[in-house]
Design a protein around this ligand. Structure first.
Ligand code: ADP
Ligand code: ZN
Ligand code: ZN
Length: 834
């Protein structure tokens, strides 16, 4: 140590910004020995801006550049990011052609990245107590009482000090301030009003005195109080928390008596977060699984495939017991002291699955979810980390259940990564960079931790199944539903024919209506799948065929009945519905196409006694709304659930006997090379919701094109036929899994400039990619938020050739970005777009 004081050290740091590479700062001598890789420090970057940076390396080689700034302050006493995380970030930046800073930005919770422009607010739970605040903290609190939101730049002006990041970090830890949430609709844990004895009456002696008084004047209240005491067992070793509604259910206690006791200061109310996780309503809470022979076979195969660093794909039909298999494997891994990461698509992360895991693993499970607020996320972040020092004392989570961003938690010792519903396209982050696919990144994470990776799906992606049949991944099949539950019967309904015979009632064939009627009269539930949200796809003038479009984007507006407006699904632009055509002033404006909201409305006319629920992006903006709809459907409050693909995601409803697909053609004809694969997956997944426990389910698929081979494959549950056909097409047209795609998207306000730029870049890339470059072309939606868009699609081989292509692309883009004419053109690179 003594020696170190005289050495000049330099730190290479990473900034959470889209800038390339690491930046070198000089370590002030008083920080020698106090800084290490993975710790956060404060640095100045650019004019007067302060950032939280992460130290990547420390060395004593003076950089060649003339002036090197000093690190301004150290934030952490120990590293917050470990080597394995850096390894994942660096892989991601290289593979997805973005900067490590962008990955850092996605990976770290906001409160870990304080910077000049970070906005802070008062913590809503903070109670001001002047004595406990330092002078500077007091100044910040006073300022926030007046201004509500302050940036760190504001704060440094207020407290008269430039390096405010450490100050704010401490204030966050003390629960005084919070980083302003980017998400406006925060996840709020549901709270419940509970009852307890007030402090003064928590000793038996005092309580007895109080009871004596009650005995004389308020006998009823005394009875109520005794009932509370016996229910809550508050004087035993195992007291229980009692909610107000629970208490009022007992015959001895009325609301008046309860309020009387509260007024007398004997009882008090407090609110408790009802962690959804602890709600264990399942009756069979003790795990008592006897695996079937098929399941045993699967487990044995998986165990041998998952030795070391194996990757396996479990293809198992819905309800075959995949989740039970995961649970068994998780048990074994955590038994050996290692951690398990269990990834699910965001939307499938419902109470159902959380509760199920919680039931087996209790508080060893942590859940990481984009709708959790910053605070909850930091807590889970910290608890994902196995303590490295004595200062970090906590019980770490051993099972982390989360959506794609859970990849970034600070695992130290993963023993298994599970990617459930691996075919789901929401594993891909489309915007902003890093545009990563969590399924693919999971295999790299497994490699970094030298642990196995298990992917599971009833309908694997063509890419993963290809990897499995070509031997890159192990493949295990589980073809039977558990408990001899039958696969549903699938019927195709020819709606072209029904329409010709004039038998359609709006969007419903008589066959489907009959089936709905039968299900409802048997007290069973129905799911109807329609791939579009909104009331009607669009408005169209019958006279001049004008279709109202967004003023910022090149898309038609969608009518939303509930709020009676037309809305752009790309930018949110909203306008009122015209009574007459804005072009020709004809009053004949009509609805065309149909979405979930329209279906919901028509159904309520056709089945006035049924309760209809709807689940789509519009009805599930908040996490609570989503859970509420599922809860209402589960508990039978909703008879028919109409929804977009959300209804296909891994939910188990025991009482659903009928699933209807209203219009299969829409998705099958979508102009995308994955359209048929997706349609197959959607139809197979939504069919899996039919007939779970008691009887064989029925699925009805309405189509204009009943002879389409894909529909036959869905009926026959013939994934292999779909796969073979897709493979031959993809080979012929050079698509994944044979080639990788890279989309280069150019955007600019100026149409002419954009065209010139796109041709120029195409000219530079042509010699590299030759026939493997498509475009430049306008995409389906060629203007969004007033930016015109032109895309190049590049195809690269796999392996070395792919790597060389990518490196060359990166080089050409550097050159292009430096061209003065095109500096203002935005370029977005998407590797493996979905
Ligand atoms: P999947 O994940 O493939 O859809 P699940 O694991 O959810 O299938 O299994 C479907 C249902 O069958 C669940 O209720 C599950 O608890 C039950 N189940 C599966 N295997 C068994 C078993 N061996 N013993 C008892 N119940 C089982
Ligand atoms: Zn018109
Ligand atoms: Zn728009």
């Amino acid at each position: 140590m003594a020696e170190q004081e005289y050495i000049t050290l330099f730190a290479e740091v990473l900034l959470p910004l889209p800038v390339k590479g690491y930046f070198t700062y000089r370590v002030p001598q008083e920080l020698n020995g106090l800084v290490a890789p993975g710790m956060r420090v404060v640095v100045q970057f650019g004019q007067k801006k302060f950032y939280t940076a992460l130290i990547r390396r420390i060395h004593n080689q003076p950089p060649k550049t003339m002036s090197v700034k000093y690190l301004l302050a150290a934030i952490d006493p120990w590293p917050v990011v470990n080597e394995k995380q850096f390894a994942l970030w660096e892989w991601m930046a290289e593979y997805y052609l973005c900067t490590v800073g962008e990955v850092m930005n996605a990976a770290l919770p906001s409160a870990y990245k304080l910077a000049s422009e970070t906005r802070v607010v008062m913590d809503p739970e903070f109670v001001k107590d002047g004595d406990l605040l330092s002078d500077r903290e007091f100044m910040v609190v006073e300022a926030l009482e007046i201004q509500k939101i302050l940036t760190l730049t504001d704060i440094s002006r207020i407290v008269g000090m430039t390096k405010v990041i450490p100050l704010i970090k401490t204030m966050i830890e003390k629960g005084i301030v919070r980083v302003e949430e980017e998400i406006t609709e925060r996840y709020k844990p549901r709270t419940e009003t509970c009852i307890r004895l007030t402090e003064a009456y928590r000793s038996e002696a005092l309580l007895n005195a109080g009871m004596d008084r009650l005995n004389k004047r308020a006998y009823k209240q005394l009875q109520a109080l005794m009932a509370y005491i016996s229910m809550s067992r508050c004087f035993t070793d195992h007291p229980l928390e009692i909610s107000r509604p629970e208490l009022l259910k007992t015959p001895d206690i009325s609301a008046a008596q309860l309020d009387g006791l509260i007024k007398k200061g004997i009882l008090e109310t407090y609110s408790r977060n009802v962690s959804r996780l602890n709600h264990d309503e399942a009756s069979d809470s003790s795990r008592n699984i006897v695996f079937s022979d098929a399941q045993k076979q699967v487990l044995a195969e998986l165990k041998s495939l998952l030795k070391g660093t194996g990757i396996a794909l479990l293809k198992g039909v819905t309800s075959s017991g995949k989740t039970e298999v995961y649970i068994h494997l998780i048990e074994e891994v955590i038994g050996s002291g290692k951690q398990v990461l269990y990834l699910l698509p965001e939307i499938a992360l419902t109470t159902q699955i959380i509760r199920r895991l919680q039931k087996y693993f209790g508080n060893k499970v942590g859940v990481y979810h984009s709708k959790y607020n910053e605070f909850e996320r930091i807590e889970i972040w910290n608890k994902a980390n196995i303590p490295l020092s004595d200062n970090q004392q906590h019980q770490p989570y051993q099972v982390l259940l989360g959506a794609r961003s859970a990849l970034f938690l600070p695992y130290t010792d993963l023993g298994l990564v599970i990617v459930d519903e691996e075919h789901d396209s929401s594993y891909k982050q489309n915007d902003p960079a890093p545009r990563y696919n969590a399924r693919d990144a999971a295999t790299v994470l497994g490699h970094i931790h030298q642990c196995p990776v298990l992917m599971g799906s009833a309908t694997p992606s063509v890419e993963s199944f290809f990897n499995a049949v070509s031997g890159k991944y192990g493949l295990v099949n589980l073809n039977e539903r558990f408990g001899s539950l039958q696969m549903p019967e699938i019927r195709i309904v020819n709606i072209r024919e029904e329409a010709r015979m004039k038998r359609m009632k709006s969007h419903f064939s008589p066959q489907l209506l009959d089936a709905i009627k039968q299900a409802l009269s048997a007290g069973e539930q129905v799911i109807l799948f329609q791939n579009r949200r909104g009331f009607s796809l669009r408005l169209e003038c019958d006279t001049c065929h004008h279709i109202p479009e967004c003023i910022n984007c090149d898309v038609t507006l969608t009518y939303h009945k509930q709020v009676n407006v037309m809305k752009c699904h790309y930018c949110g632009y909203t306008t009122r519905v015209p009574d007459i055509c804005p072009e020709c002033h004809s009053p004949a404006v009509k609805m065309r196409g149909f979405g979930t909201e329209k279906v919901e409305e028509e159904l309520s006319i056709l089945f006035p006694d049924a309760v209809i629920g709807r689940m789509d992006l519009d009805t599930t903006r908040t996490k609570n709304a989503y859970q509420r709809i599922i809860g209402d459907f589960e508990s039978g409050k909703i008879d028919v659930l109409v929804g977009t693909q959300m209804v296909t995601k891994g939910l188990d409803f025991d009482n659903v006997s009928l699933v209807g697909v209203l219009y299969a053609d829409g998705m099958m004809s979508y102009p995308d090379f994955r359209a048929l694969e997706r349609s197959y997956q959607l139809m197979a997944q939504v069919s899996g919701r039919a007939g779970r426990r008691y009887k064989r389910g029925l699925v009805m698929i309405q189509t204009n094109n009943p002879k389409h081979p894909l529909l036959q494959w869905v009926v026959d549950d013939n994934y292999d036929a779909m796969f073979e056909q897709q493979l031959s097409d993809r080979y012929k047209y050079k698509y994944p899994p044979y080639y990788r795609l890279i989309e280069v998207s150019l955007r600019h306000r100026d149409y002419e400039l954009l065209n010139k730029a796109a041709s120029a870049l195409a000219g530079m890339l042509k010699p590299v990619f030759g026939g493997l470059m498509l475009g430049p072309e306008y995409p389906l939606v060629s203007r969004i938020r007033n930016l015109y868009i032109k895309n190049l699609m590049l195809k690269t081989g796999k392996g070395l050739q792919g790597k060389q292509h990518k490196a060359e692309l990166a080089r050409q883009l550097e050159i292009f970005k430096a061209l003065p004419d095109y500096k203002s053109v935005r370029i977005i690179i998407d590797v493996d777009p979905v």
